[in-house]
Design a protein around this ligand. Structure first.
Ligand SMILES: *Cc1c(COP(=O)(O)O)cnc(C)c1O
Ligand code: SF4
Length: 423
């Protein structure tokens, strides 16, 4: 049975499972008052190695870490908790801190939400010509939360920070009017927190649109709640729904978020993978590179090798976005490139399908292809894998090398160019 644990149960859990002292636990409670926290029994009992806490990668991935807030913000929150401040003071301080954490990086809502028949279509993002993102209203949470999540504002309950739809009729009308869209990526949160029945209400209408060739479902359920595919009361219904999509001649891709090879180890996860593959769906795997979780080439090499052995396909290695606790989890672009390259070199060709490191920025998805010396200048070689402007896709461009840059907006054009873009 799925059981979520949230910040109310955090202190008792840390007391029971760890040797962390009172002040340390108070700091983690302070962080959990600002940024979302949610785990479940699978994460606690199958994924975290409690003997290695706090350094354990899955503990870093799911539990609040003191360094996630800037020192003054951490001191403010722990001070309020120590003094037993009233709930509304805590909430006000938390809201003020959140507002400074860049809740909507890359102008997602303003730039990507299409306008259709004079109305802004909430819950749909159409950034790249052939692919739309769909955010079902009931799928805006996850089975557990990642500490580094770039969708964190979705989970803290401020309605104007949310993007979601429950209006499939408008979505269908939009897609019929835009036959250039061949791919729909259902995302969240995690759409697989929805029942099979609710997911069906989002999928079936798409199968009646001839121009939709592929449907992707972005999910971390295989890592955080594999019981979704094997054991949950409607797990079989979910798999029948997947079969319905593939039988309708569509490509169905489960875009699985796996951050660490340990997430692949539980028996129930392996069973879930087999059951999904038996429906004719493919599973493609992606995750950002995160300090303290997977900032190690050996971890990625093992992840890609295991992924491939289990019949799944490595897809993207992302760069952590410029939002929330990026200062704590961020890995410099140059280091992310080294990790990618070293891991790539260690795996067989079949596992070299992962592209990266990729930064999903406002103009598009930028891949760091290399670090090179050219015409006496040390530069990053970059390339758009996806771009708002299709003319930019696939062409190389260059930025000045910067060993500390965490994000592409920190980069400066190379060779005297005025803009960071293909010439
Ligand atoms: C990554 C992404 C997609 C999918 O891009 P692919 O290159 O097809 O994997 C679509 N929309 C947005 C906004 C994205 O960030
Ligand atoms: S699974 Fe994805 S959306 Fe959910 S918390 Fe993790 S990163 Fe965020």
């Amino acid at each position: 049975m799925f059981r979520a644990l949230t910040s109310r149960q955090l202190d008792p859990l840390l007391k029971e499972r760890t040797g962390l002292d009172e002040e340390d636990r108070r700091q983690r409670l302070g962080v959990a008052a600002v940024l979302p926290f949610r785990v479940n029994d699978h994460v606690i009992n199958e994924l975290i190695d409690w003997d290695r806490v706090p350094e354990d990668p899955i503990f870093q991935l799911t539990f609040p870490q003191p360094g996630m807030l800037a020192a003054p913000d951490l001191a403010r929150m722990t001070g309020l908790l120590r003094d037993g401040a009233p709930e509304q003071h805590l909430r006000a301080a938390a809201n003020e801190i959140r507002s400074r954490l860049n809740p909507h990086p890359a102008n997602q809502t303003d730039l990507n939400e299409p306008v259709f028949q004079g109305r802004r279509l909430r819950g749909l993002q159409h950034k790249y010509r052939e692919t739309v993102l769909l955010f079902p209203r009931q799928g805006q949470t996850c089975h557990a939360y990642c500490t580094y999540c770039f969708r964190w504002p979705q989970f803290v309950g401020e309605p104007d920070l949310r993007i979601a739809t429950d209006d499939m009729d408008s979505v269908v009308a939009y897609l019929r009017a835009h036959p250039e869209v061949t791919n729909v990526l259902i995302t969240g949160g995690d759409p697989l927190v929805m029942s099979a029945e609710v997911l069906r209400r989002h999928l079936e209408p798409l199968l009646r649109i001839p121009s939709i060739e592929a449907i992707r479902i972005g999910t971390k359920a295989l890592a955080y709640w594999p019981q979704r595919f094997s054991g949950d009361p409607d797990a079989d219904d979910l798999l029948r729904l997947f079969e319905q999509v593939t039988a309708a001649g569509r490509h169905l891709a489960v875009m699985a978020h796996f951050s660490h090879p340990r997430e692949l180890a539980p028996r129930v996860t392996r069973q879930a993978i087999s059951r999904i593959l038996a429906t004719g769906a493919v599973i493609r795997c992606q995750a950002p590179v995160i300090r303290g979780v997977n900032d190690d080439a050996a971890v990625w090499a093992q992840l890609w090798r295991e992924t491939t052995r289990l019949g799944m396909i490595p897809y993207y290695l992302f760069i952590e976005r410029d939002t929330g606790p990026q200062h704590y989890f961020g890995v410099p672009l140059a280091r992310a490139y080294e990790i990618y390259r070293d891991a790539f070199a260690q795996v067989p060709g079949l596992a070299r399908t992962a592209r990266g490191p990729v930064a999903s920025a406002s103009p598009g998805k930028i891949c760091i292809d290399g670090i090179v010396e050219l015409a006496g200048e040390r530069v990053f070689a970059l390339r758009y894998l996806q771009a708002r402007d299709p003319a930019l896709v696939g062409r190389p461009f260059f930025a000045q090398f910067d060993a500390d840059a965490l994000w592409v907006a920190d980069l400066k054009p190379a060779f005297g160019a005025v803009e960071l873009a293909p010439a």
